[in-house]
Design a protein around this ligand. Structure first.
Ligand SMILES: [Zn+2]
Length: 459
């Protein structure tokens, strides 16, 4: 889940204490307004227009489809559960997932026919809840999202099956169904409770992203001011308990300091369920090269995401410019929303949305391959948590295009199989092994955050 609001970004960001991001955005906007950065997305400037996109040859797409019958493509992050909560308050019958959801007034990226068309072998359904809802009640909301995933799986038993282990993924894929895993997005989901963490594992959660957009009481996020310089002592205990359970530690969204602290303490390989390479676009949600090198040592996996404004500098800068213009208009016309809307329409005429393409995603995979190696790359789309996905990767039916793009770049069949899912399976199996070893020697932790970190200073 990206949760880029396209309106009121200053208020929402500052309210959410994302001061660092707000500062970065303000600086970029100032640079753009004073012409210190190249103007982005101008009609007369360079545009990654659909015409620039050259789809991979049909023969390679066919080859990709065949490959994906042999190994499961495993997507690290899909936000359909949030769509059910946001659109229909988790009333399952109000979105027919067995038919195309592309024709809804607000189209979705995922449904069963398109999962089938995209040869998706497995995916982590994100049981994301917003950071604004952190605090008492977050566990209940997370449980409700997990319940939604269980109900969705039970409603479509011919197509979906709950996967709790790496072997489950392989078996379910062989049976011709989509292996459905559960990933929690943000440490706020456990309300600082290791007991809650253990029970969430029992109901199926197999990864937890350590933070979302904001810091938690025990770890820093990439998009907030640092409070803890990474993990606190309790944060380290959370990682150890996740290792003992066999719950994958997900470092998407966390600060670089948190990445390093987790890599210092974890006994199991880590994942990044939906993150790309910082060297290609210096955005804090991306993974720096020094961390990529440590992922190689840790034998983890970075599952490359499809968020245009993370993977393409041009799209990212357009986003900042768009938000800056909107803020400027709102300041000029605080009581005239129609005028703001017209102004934004005119601005967008002049500065049409640039779009990332499947080639941008492949560039990030190339980079991670170069720095970390082919064994440490996966795919984490963020479908149904993003708007304007890349050209050529419009929805879950398009995954074969990415595999075909890699084949076109000279990746071998064995290499694309690793990226598609074998690497994630290896990491998951290793995490399971570490867990069974730790469970023989280590009791469940009954540590409390107050004991390890002292009284909380935050709310
Ligand atoms: Zn996310």
């Amino acid at each position: 889940m990206v949760l880029f609001s396209t309106t009121g970004f200053f208020t929402s960001l500052i309210r959410a204490l994302n001061l660092r991001m707000a500062i970065i955005q303000i600086i970029l906007i100032i640079l753009i307004l004073f012409g210190l950065l190249p103007a982005v997305g101008k009609a007369d400037g360079r545009q990654p227009a659909p015409g620039d996109y050259h789809p991979p040859p049909a023969a390679l797409v066919e080859q990709a489809r065949r490959i994906l019958t042999e190994v499961p493509l495993i997507d690290g992050h899909n936000d359909v559960p949030w769509q059910y909560r946001d659109r229909v308050q988790n009333h399952l019958d109000r979105i027919d997932f067995g038919r195309s959801t592309a024709g809804l007034s607000k189209p979705m990226h995922t449904d069963i026919p398109r999962l089938r068309a995209g040869h998706v072998g497995g995916l982590f359904w994100s049981v994301y809840i917003p950071v604004e809802l952190a605090g008492p009640g977050a566990v209940r909301l997370t449980l409700e999202q997990i319940d939604l995933v269980h109900r969705l799986i039970e409603k479509y038993p011919d197509d979906l099956e709950l996967a709790l282990t790496a072997d489950d993924i392989v078996r379910i894929h062989k049976a011709g169904k989509v292996a459905s895993l559960i990933g929690m997005e943000g440490g706020h989901s456990i309300e600082n409770s290791l007991g809650a963490l253990r029970q969430l594992y029992r109901v199926g959660a197999r990864y937890m992203t350590i933070t979302h957009w904001n810091n938690v009481d025990w770890a820093d996020a990439a998009t907030a001011l640092p409070e803890h310089d990474g993990l606190t002592a309790f944060g380290e205990e959370v990682i150890r308990e996740m290792n003992r359970l066999g719950m994958l530690v997900d470092l998407s969204h966390v600060s670089a300091a948190t990445m390093h602290d987790v890599l210092d303490v974890t006994a199991a390989p880590v994942i990044f369920s939906h993150s790309s390479a910082y060297a290609l676009f210096q955005y804090p949600r991306n993974v720096p090269d020094d961390v990529l090198k440590r992922v190689r040592k840790n034998k983890g996996v970075v599952m490359v995401n499809f968020v245009g404004s993370f993977i393409s500098e041009e799209v990212g800068l357009h986003y900042f410019a768009h938000e800056g213009e909107q803020t400027r208009l709102k300041e000029f016309f605080p009581a005239d929303s129609a005028r703001v809307r017209r102004g934004m329409e005119a601005w967008l005429e002049e500065h049409p949305y640039p779009q990332a393409t499947v080639a941008d995603v492949a560039d990030h995979i190339d980079h991670i391959k170069k720095v970390a190696g082919i064994d440490y790359i996966g795919i984490g789309s963020d479908f149904d948590g993003i708007s304007r996905p890349p050209i050529g990767l419009e929805d879950v039916s398009a995954f074969p295009n990415l595999i075909a793009e890699l084949l076109r770049r000279g990746y071998s069949e064995q290499e694309v199989k690793k990226v598609a899912g074998l690497n994630l399976l290896r990491v998951f199996r290793e995490a399971e092994k570490v867990a069974s070893r730790l469970q023989r020697t280590t009791a469940p932790s009954d540590a409390l955050i107050e004991e390890l970190d002292g009284q909380l200073t935050t709310d």
